[in-house]
Design a binder for this molecule. Structure first.
Ligand code: GDP
Length: 586
């Protein structure tokens, strides 16, 4: 028994050591695989100087991650920033070697380097018709790889010219983006000299937010188009409320403008208006293209002024507008835009789908909601109900408007009032319509839901109604609130049919991402007695409307009719002073 026991102990011990060795090997292997998987995600190890090192040993500041939890407590003192520049300038050579050669960068940073063994490359390229760069890591941005499972394939393919412009832009961004040698050098130069005497290799466009998330997304997209046209690096000034909503759009780089930059809140910056008055370009320029209707004409759409802006190394642009139409009014830009977007009304569709991938947190909420409520639908109808003056707009009037639009155009079925006891089981295979309601107010979704639960429909269709959130009011500086808004917009974009509210940029984002021409609900003025007829109209373009286009041409003459001077533009249906891009054949 003892012998046996010893044997058993011995065998057990041998087994234990073998298991331990196997476990240690498996653990090491797992660790290596995990590290490789995370090399393109936000995985950094702190060093003693307050910087982080990624898996390649590249040094980055802590706030490079766009996770909301990572962004607290960054200093905005330029002295600290200056020191950081000095540190990175001497120690970032390894990183610089990677960024200076794209070949080097790809082969060092991608999970797979060779086409024949590159599932990541093939998958991303296949999914987005070449719109996305290859080499992204799936774990850091799941939506980039999964959203095609949730969205119908777009009939609009990106042109090869657009694809080549994007690849070229990405090279510039990698070479000049935050914390590269070129970036550090340029920022140092700009700090030293206010005069624009030195030519810089890299030029920057810092997008600065204004208004709600819809306004921000469409204006970021327009800023990106402007950056591509002018070879600038687009950086976005994200406060905490914008962190963690989107994945990083550019491979192996960041677009987040550092809070540590002395140009985060610069004092005494030359304004665009001053620059025009002096007729000379400063090194840093502030340009305000926000929605202010009564401003004097900016003549931003004129060649001479663009030439002045073009010389400015650091352009700080504050905007809430989709100003792509005014870029199209500049002849040299227009040629490029025409080549990049042969279908003129696909600018936001392509640029939006290129730039805005929901972060893993946002994607979790979007995909779970979709799987739970939308996945089984035969048809998905998105209703976006935005009240600009909720206190003076009776909700019943809005509900009436919504119903007359959706019933008149057979987007939703009528109720079978005569046969209210009818059960759906009398229909062999009743089809399921799911209505996704996006609104700040819960009653719209709730009323529709009860309506279709209480009575059958004349078509026999079953109608399910779901509303992901009802925030009550627009909230500012609130990350969670923006996350819900982004989730709502994205879910709307996954629908087959959209009904949106006139003038709402929230709806513009959904229609653009989804490639949908929405039914536009007319604006209600006051109460139900002013009930407009028709209640809604089908839009002719999926592009966002530019609400404040120039009123004058470059000679100072009033522009009376956009479409006669610019055949690819039309007045917006929802706002006649605004313009939007259309296909020339429309
Ligand atoms: P716009 O004002 O309609 O052009 O759209 P914006 O998105 O620029 O601003 C409206 C803001 O109000 C949104 O960004 C949200 O913060 C909030 N909001 C308005 N409607 C909704 C909605 O249907 N769902 C959610 N979650 N938020 C909304």
């Amino acid at each position: 028994m003892d012998n046996n026991n010893n044997k058993m102990v011995g065998t057990g011990f041998n087994r234990f050591t073998t298991c331990s060795a196997l476990f240690a090997m498996a653990f090491s292997l797992l660790l290596i695989i995990t590290l490789l998987m995370y090399q393109n995600s936000t995985f950094y190890l702190s060093d003693s100087e307050g910087f982080s090192k990624d898996i390649l040993g590249r040094r980055r500041p802590h706030n490079l991650s766009t996770n909301a939890s990572d962004i607290n407590g960054t200093s905005s003192e330029s002295r600290v920033w200056q020191e950081n520049l000095n540190i990175t300038a001497t120690k970032d050579i390894a990183y610089q070697n990677l960024t200076e050669s794209d070949e080097g960068l790809n082969s060092s940073c991608s999970r797979f380097t060779n086409d024949s063994i590159s599932p990541v490359k093939n998958v991303t390229e296949r999914l987005y018709d070449g719109l996305q760069a290859s080499g992204f890591d799936e774990a850091s941005c799941i939506s980039r790889f999964q959203s095609h499972l949730y969205r119908k394939a777009s009939p609009h393919k990106p042109s090869s010219y657009l694809i080549s412009k994007l690849r070229n832009y990405e090279k510039i961004h990698r070479k000049c983006g935050p914390w590269t040698r070129y970036y550090n050098r340029t920022m140092k130069k700009l700090l030293r000299s206010k005069k624009n005497s030195e030519d810089t290799t890299c030029k920057y466009l810092v997008w600065t937010p204004a208004n709600g998330l819809g306004n921000r997304i469409i204006s970021m997209a327009a800023s990106f188009v402007y950056a591509v046209l002018t070879d600038r690096v687009l950086l976005v000034k994200f406060e905490n409320d914008m962190m963690g909503l989107f994945c990083e759009p550019f491979l192996n780089s960041t677009w987040v403008f550092s809070k540590d930059s002395p140009f985060w809140n610069p004092k005494h910056v030359e304004t665009y208006e001053n620059m025009l008055a002096k007729n000379s370009s400063p090194s840093v320029l502030y340009l305000n293209l926000q929605h202010t209707r009564d401003d004097p004409e900016k003549f931003f759409h004129c060649d001479h002024n663009q030439k002045l802006v073009q010389k400015v190394p650091l352009l700080i642009l504050q905007t809430d507008q989709y100003f792509v139409p005014s870029l199209s009014m500049i002849p040299s830009f227009n040629l490029e835009i025409a080549q990049m977007f042969p279908e003129r009304d696909t600018v936001f569709h392509h640029v939006g789908n290129y730039l805005f991938h929901p972060s893993n947190e946002a994607w979790g909420q979007i995909s779970r909601f979709y799987d739970a409520y939308l996945a089984k639908a035969d048809e998905k109808i998105g209703l976006q109900i935005r009240l600009f003056t909720p206190d003076s707009t009776p909700h019943e009037a809005v509900m009436d408007l919504l119903l007359s639009c959706t019933l008149q155009h057979k987007l939703l079925p009528e109720l079978d009032k005569k046969n209210s006891a009818a059960s759906t089981s009398t229909h062999e295979d009743p089809s399921l319509k799911v209505v996704l309601v996006a609104s700040l107010f819960p009653e719209f979704g709730e009323k529709l839901r009860i309506m279709y639960l209480t009575e059958p429909t004349i078509t026999g269709e079953v109608v399910g109604v779901h509303q992901p959130s009802h925030e009550g009011s627009q909230k500012f500086h609130n990350n969670l609130h923006n996350m819900k808004a982004w989730t709502d917009m994205y879910l709307l974009s996954l629908c087959d049919v959209l009904v949106t509210t006139s003038l709402s940029t929230f709806g513009y984002v959904a229609q653009g991402l989804g490639g949908l021409k929405p039914w536009l609900l007319h604006r209600l003025v006051g109460n139900r007695t002013l009930h407009p007829n028709p209640p809604c109209q089908r839009d002719f373009s999926m592009e966002p409307c530019y609400h404040i286009p120039p009123k004058h041409n470059c000679e100072g003459k009033a522009i009376k009719d956009f479409s006669s001077s610019f055949p690819y533009m039309r007045s917006c249906l929802d706002y006649s002073s605004g313009v939007k891009l259309v296909n020339v054949s429309v």
